[in-house]
Structure formats: structure tokens, C-alpha cells
Design a protein around this ligand. Structure first.
Ligand code: AMP
Ligand code: GLY
Length: 425
């Protein structure tokens, strides 16, 4: 089979790396890909937003399966375009992608289907929203309705911060039309965990758990990022809790979407807070998490192409997910300044010192590109150094040993990936 992967981050490199291991696969094409993906696939400089050209490319190259990495093309309806043209594609339809694309939609959906989430109100009018703030207690969370590259959620400690957040989102429209509506919800306390499932619209399989590190600095300080590191499995998810999450969150979500006439196919990612009252949904995503997937795929023993085809063809229940019992840890190396301003074009050295098989470590590329014979930085999150070992402590140690081998100017990484989980053991 020929496979097309759309996207250019660490998530897409991890997918390309895993897809490459499938005996079903002949050619892997990436659009646009990155400096590391060009080692395992043929990269073509096509923009993720150029849906017409991507469709033409898939037809010209006789692509048998297209895998969509990021959320924006999913929310824009790329899957519907491909399906209409008779092409097989892994991911949800535009209607089903609203679970991530609209927080108002997802909160109302959860409310209707009794899926545990923070109590909330939605507003389309800034004055009404401000009036509501006068009557409630803080802290609370204000969320722009639409996609905002992970920046549309503001935790407000008091009324003044709440009013400022509304001015930014609904007044100044800092996230454009994503801020036409807002969700205002209760602030939940607990530990966050990412639970991913793959669905075919009727049934689903659960993937093993993982935990992200969203803030830029150690001890969860500083602004939110796309994710600075992850590990899998997440020790907080016991078998009992996992079953509870499956029954009270994942199953009603898949059933509910089917009932609503928008069956969900692809990866359902539930971002959960494990509160003292049990797990609650903070948000849904409709694609693999990044960096979570970098820590999950090295542990997956199944052929991922078989899983994706089963999702497309309605036979997901036939798949039994099998996992490497080792722990996997991904440490993200980023450009200094990210998630704010940062420079690019820094040469990356030391990559050749990491032999995947010898050190059980894979270096997934995100913001990198090839320039002549060099690999240089080209984005905020640059690399995901991902190690497998028996025990989370050993995997953490191994990941950091390998991080130390890689150098580029103004490199930044968190030094406490996995530390919270280790402190509890
Ligand atoms: P979201 O994009 O909805 O996942 O929000 C981004 C981050 O904001 C989450 O990963 C949480 O850290 C935080 N967050 C979102 N909703 C809440 C909430 N209701 N209570 C506390 N933290 C939240
Ligand atoms: N790591 C969070 C996300 O993929 O949205």
C-alpha cells in the first residue's frame, strides 16, 4: 500500500516511523513532513491547508490510505473531501471533528449524554458573559469556542482576570472568530491524563494511557505549550480507573456521536482531570496527541496500519491492542523562547550518536529541516527524544542521557519529565 501522512510535527514523524514497520506498506509520502521524516518517507512541500492539491496528490500517487495528523484540516473537512472522492482516509468527518473544533458543541454534547465534565455556561455576547462573572466564585476557566492552537483556555483567579480574558477573546478577538462564543466553566483540581481510543464509528479500542507536560517550565510553571514531554503508561491509571473511564466517558461518547448522526471515526483523545469525584473531561481532541503519541507508539506491538484500516472499514472490535511492558518517555527539546518568540536555523549536532537499536531511543523530529547535509531547527518544538526501558525511572534516565548528546544553540528542555509520577512511587 501507499500511505500519505499529512502534517509536519513530532506526531507525524512518530506515525511515519511506526507505519514504516508495517509489512502492508510500500511507499510513505508526507506533506509537508520535516527533516527527520525525510529519512523514512518521501516529503513533498504541500501545505496542510491546501486540500484540493492534497486530494490531487493522493490520486496521482495512487495513495491507498491517508492519515491526517493535525486538527485544523480535520475541522475544515478534509476527510469529507477524500471520502467523497472514493479515497480511504483515517480521521473523523467535519461534523464529528466538532468535538475538538467547538468547545460549545463538545460541552453541550457531554451535558446531553451525561459525560462527566466541569459545570459550565456558554455565551455569545460579551456583556452577558461579564454579567455572569459578577455572580460567580473564582477561580474559573474561560475558553474560546473554536480552535486557538492550544492558547484559547484562560484560568482566571479573580473577576478582574475574568473580565480581561473576555475582553481579549470576545472584544479584541485575539483568536479571531474562534472567540465569537465562550465557555465559562468551573476550575477542576487533580492530575491530568490523556486517554486515546480508536473508533470505527460503532465500536472502539482503548490505547494505553499517557501523560503530557503542558507548561513550559519545570514544576508546571509558565505558559502552556503544545506539550514538553510525555510518558506512557501513566501510573495513575489503574485497571479499575481505566475501566471506569471506558464505561463513563469513551463508550458514551462514541455511542452519543452515533446517535447524533455523526459517527466518530479515527482517534478520540479525551483530556481528563482525575478529580476527587472521579475522572472528568477537560477537552476532546480528534487526533493523536503530540507528544503523547511519541511515547505511545514505541510501546504498540500491533501493526498501526491494520488498526487504521480497521477504523476505516468498521472492524475495530477485531483488533486486540498489545503493548510492550516497558515504560516510554519522550523529552521535548525546544527552541529557547518557545512558546513565545524564538529563532530558527540553528544547526543540530550529535544526532548520529544515537543508534535507535543500541540505546532503545528514537529521536522524533518536529521543527527541523534538512539544509544541504545539515539538520537545522525550524520550529518551537524541535525534537522528541524518546526512550524505552523497564521502569519509568530507567526510561527517564535513558531519555535524558540521550538528550545530553544533542546540541543546538538556545536549546531548552524541561528537566522534570516523569518526576511527578516517580515521586509517588
Ligand atoms: P483544553 O484545551 O481545554 O485542554 O485546556 C488546556 C489546559 O487548560 C488543560 O490541559 C488544563 O491544564 C487546563 N484546563 C482546561 N479546563 C480546565 C478546567 N475546567 N479546570 C482546570 N484546568 C483546566
Ligand atoms: N499534547 C496535547 C495535544 O496534543 O493537544
Amino acid at each position: 500500500m501507499n500511505i500519505l501522512i499529512i502534517g509536519s510535527g513530532g506526531r507525524e514523524h512518530a506515525l511515519a516511523w511506526k507505519i514504516k514497520q508495517s509489512p502492508l506498506v510500500q511507499e510513505i509520502y508526507c506533506a509537508p513532513g520535516n527533516g527527520g521524516m525525510s529519512e523514512v518517507a518521501q516529503c513533498f512541500d504541500i501545505k496542510v491547508a491546501d486540500r484540493d492539491y492534497l486530494l490531487k496528490f493522493a490520486k496521482d500517487k495512487k495513495v491507498d490510505l491517508t492519515v491526517i495528523g493535525p486538527e485544523v484540516p480535520l475541522a475544515d473537512g478534509i476527510v469529507d473531501d477524500f471520502v467523497k472522492n472514493g479515497l480511504k482516509v483515517f480521521g473523523p468527518s467535519k461534523a464529528a471533528a466538532q468535538l475538538e473544533g467547538s468547545k460549545v458543541f463538545s460541552k453541550e454534547f457531554m451535558h446531553k449524554h451525561n459525560i462527566p465534565t466541569a459545570p459550565f455556561q456558554t455565551f455569545g455576547d460579551i456583556m452577558e458573559a461579564k454579567g455572569f462573572l459578577e455572580k460567580v466564585t473564582f477561580p474559573l476557566v474561560i475558553k474560546a469556542d473554536g480552535l486557538a492552537a492550544g492558547k484559547g483556555v484562560i484560568i482566571c483567579a479573580n473577576l478582574e482576570e475574568g473580565q480581561q480574558a473576555l475582553d481579549q477573546i470576545m472584544g479584541q478577538k485575539v483568536f479571531q472568530e474562534a472567540g465569537n462564543k465562550v465557555v465559562i466553566e468551573e476550575c477542576l483540581q487533580g492530575e491530568e491524563v490523556s486517554i486515546l481510543a480508536v473508533s470505527d464509528g460503532n465500536d472502539f479500542i482503548m490505547l494505553d494511557s499517557s501523560q503530557d507536560h503542558k507548561r513550559i517550565f519545570d514544576d508546571d510553571l509558565g505558559p502552556n505549550t503544545g506539550g514538553m514531554g510525555a510518558y506512557s503508561p501513566a501510573p495513575i491509571i489503574t485497571d479499575v480507573l481505566r475501566q471506569h473511564i471506558e464505561q463513563s466517558i469513551i463508550d458514551p461518547t462514541i455511542k452519543g456521536m452515533k446517535q447524533e448522526g455523526m459517527p466518530f471515526k479515527g482517534v478520540l483523545y479525551a483530556g481528563l482531570m482525575i478529580t476527587s469525584q472521579g475522572p472528568m473531561v477537560l477537552e476532546y481532541n480528534v487526533r493523536f496527541g503530540d507528544p503523547e503519541v511519541q511515547a505511545i507508539l514505541p510501546r504498540m506491538k500491533n501493526d498501526i496500519v491494520d488498526i487504521m484500516l480497521a477504523s476505516c472499514d468498521g472492524r475495530i472490535k477485531k483488533i486486540k491492542p498489545l503493548w510492550d511492558q516497558r515504560a516510554c518517555v519522550c523529552v521535548v527539546m525546544s527552541s529557547g523562547g518557545y512558546p513565545g518568540e524564538y529563532e530558527t536555523g540553528m544547526e543540530i549536532t550529535g544526532l548520529e550518536q544515537i543508534d535507535e537499536k543500541e540505546v532503545n531511543t528514537i529521536v522524533f523530529h518536529a521543527g527541523t529541516k534538512k539544509e544541504e547535509n545539515k539538520i537545522v531547527t525550524s520550529g518551537g518544538r524541535v525534537l522528541g527524544v524518546t526512550s524505552l526501558a523497564h521502569g519509568l525511572d530507567k526510561a527517564v534516565e535513558r531519555a535524558y542521557e540521550n538528550v545530553e548528546k544533542i546540541k543546538f544553540d538556545h536549546c531548552f528542555f524541561r528537566r522534570d519529565i516523569g518526576a511527578k509520577a516517580l515521586a509517588k512511587t
